[in-house]
Design a protein around this ligand. Structure first.
Ligand code: AMP
Ligand code: ZN
Length: 113
């Protein structure tokens, strides 16, 4: 999708620090990390948010969920980590291309603000 920064990252039109990539997804370091490890997993397909998921995305989303543990292993998140998807205004979603935050390597507080 034009004007979508994460589509541009997926298409390698702008640089990112890639951790993992295959034909369906990309994982790259967050530009403003909130913990020693903070990576983002995106589908290469443009999906704006969890509100925009359809039945046809079930397999892709299942695939992404099952990849999280592999990324956690790659990032050596042996002591646990947090998985976050922000949606919409109240969820403070700033980039309108669905992404999964994978955050760790420090003791995280709960609940989030
Ligand atoms: P969210 O608030 O859930 O929409 O998260 C968007 C995240 O994308 C934030 O944590 C940003 O730091 C991150 N971000 C924005 N632009 C880039 C970029 N070009 N490369 C890497 N991370 C980015
Ligand atoms: Zn996009």
């Amino acid at each position: 999708m034009d004007d979508c920064i994460f589509c541009m990252i997926a298409n390698k039109e702008i640089d990112s620090n890639i951790v993992y990539e295959d034909d369906k997804i990309m994982v790259f370091h967050d530009a403003g990390p909130c913990a020693p490890v903070h990576v983002l997993m995106i589908p290469k397909k443009h999906i704006a948010s969890t509100d925009d998921l359809t039945e046809e995305d079930q397999e892709l989303m299942g695939y992404m969920m099952c990849k999280i543990k592999d990324i956690a292993k790659t990032m050596e998140l042996d002591n646990g980590y947090r998985v976050v998807i922000n949606c919409g205004e109240d969820g403070q979603q700033t980039v309108k291309h669905l992404h999964i935050h994978i955050i760790g390597k420090r003791k995280l507080t709960w609940p989030p603000g």
